[in-house]
Write a new protein. Sequence first.
Lengths: 224, 224
Amino acid sequence: MTRVLVIDDDPQLLRALRITLRAAGHDVDTAPDGRTALQQAAAVHPDVVVLDLGLPDLDGTEVLAGLRPWYTGPVLVLSARADSQDKVHALDAGADDYVTKPFDMGELLARLRAALRRGPSEAAEPVVTTDHFTVDLADRQVTVDGTPVRLTPTEWGLLEALVRHPGRLIAQRQLLQSVWGPAYEKETHYLRVYLAQLRRKLEPDPAHPRYLRTEPGMGYRFTP
Amino acid sequence: MTRVLVIDDDPQLLRALRITLRAAGHDVDTAPDGRTALQQAAAVHPDVVVLDLGLPDLDGTEVLAGLRPWYTGPVLVLSARADSQDKVHALDAGADDYVTKPFDMGELLARLRAALRRGPSEAAEPVVTTDHFTVDLADRQVTVDGTPVRLTPTEWGLLEALVRHPGRLIAQRQLLQSVWGPAYEKETHYLRVYLAQLRRKLEPDPAHPRYLRTEPGMGYRFTP
DNA sequence: CCGATCTCTGACGAGACCTTGACGACCGGA
DNA sequence: TCCGGTCGTCAAGGTCTCGTCAGAGATCGG
């Protein structure tokens, strides 16, 4: 959930933006003028700021100047003025983008997404760990007792399907469908063969599996 | 001195941009179409890319798709189309900004400044080291046992894609897309040929690779 | 126009992987 | 006890993938 601070003196536009941004999954704070905007920004530390240049009390560039010394997130400027000079001034004052009113809501959202994209970055794939082995989804690597183990594509697909939902029972049909495809829902024999291979590679005692368990008649379950 | 790669098929505009950007203190490379653009980008590693969407060979979004898997710098899109849909598509495909033609040169420069401001871009291009060879991403230089080795552009692209994520398995499709482009996802034979060349140049025993490993059916992995 | 370099393409052997079948163990119900 | 069903194990076949080599085609600079 990202936090957006919208600064604009037009209550109607403010309302439209609040609704649209909320629908897009953002947290929205608003400020009707420059003074409260600066206070708000300092108080909530938004992930991104949308700033209208035409404010009643302060010039928009003044707000930018007040923001920029400490605020490092992206600032997207709105303005009714399409003159290039204004754009250059705002951008050089620290704005990251400049949109002229009237604007298309979809475009504004896209520009927001673009601005936010370079922020937090690196959405991490989880690393699943047990006492005996670890599965690194991002690196596609499995290590048993610290030493890497090679898996075939099918083995990996099966393990991934199980490990992505620790503790959850996964039906045979579901496994077959996600690894082999919808046409293989009846080939339960595949599961037996490949589960055996996985257990031989991962389990401390493959004959008595501790992590890759069978639920007879139902499916399989990974228990960390 | 920042390095700008300008991609446009209009020689006149290309010339104007080159002059203006040079005057603003940038290093300028140019490419007239998508294919050479991707090669250029991989070869010179620009600090920022200016991309015209209307190219003779590839769709602009295809160039973006080919760029984005590995290129982290800002991409500023130029286009004659002012439709919001086009803007949204380009921005969501990875563009950082979208400017409609005709545009004011001062505004373009300001937007470039804004884009460059947030990415010091020289952000830690790492030097990857193994017991046998080192890869300097910034200098684009490879040394084996202390002596420099010559790589062809394709070899370098492949090595870079692998070395940028040490220990991570990289799927064949991913490699083909980032080195040759989205249209070459099926040409797995290329990988075999060029991996062999890389191993011949870098591995102590090319027949039994230690650093550039292949995971059958899945992809390749660089392990330091 | 020519030569050098790089990229692409085809053929082949070797190896890895997937599939398939046979067989025994286990369990609950008749 | 017998019996059907499910599960686990093992091994062998065919298929696909991988590595290697060599040569044609394209591109660039002189």
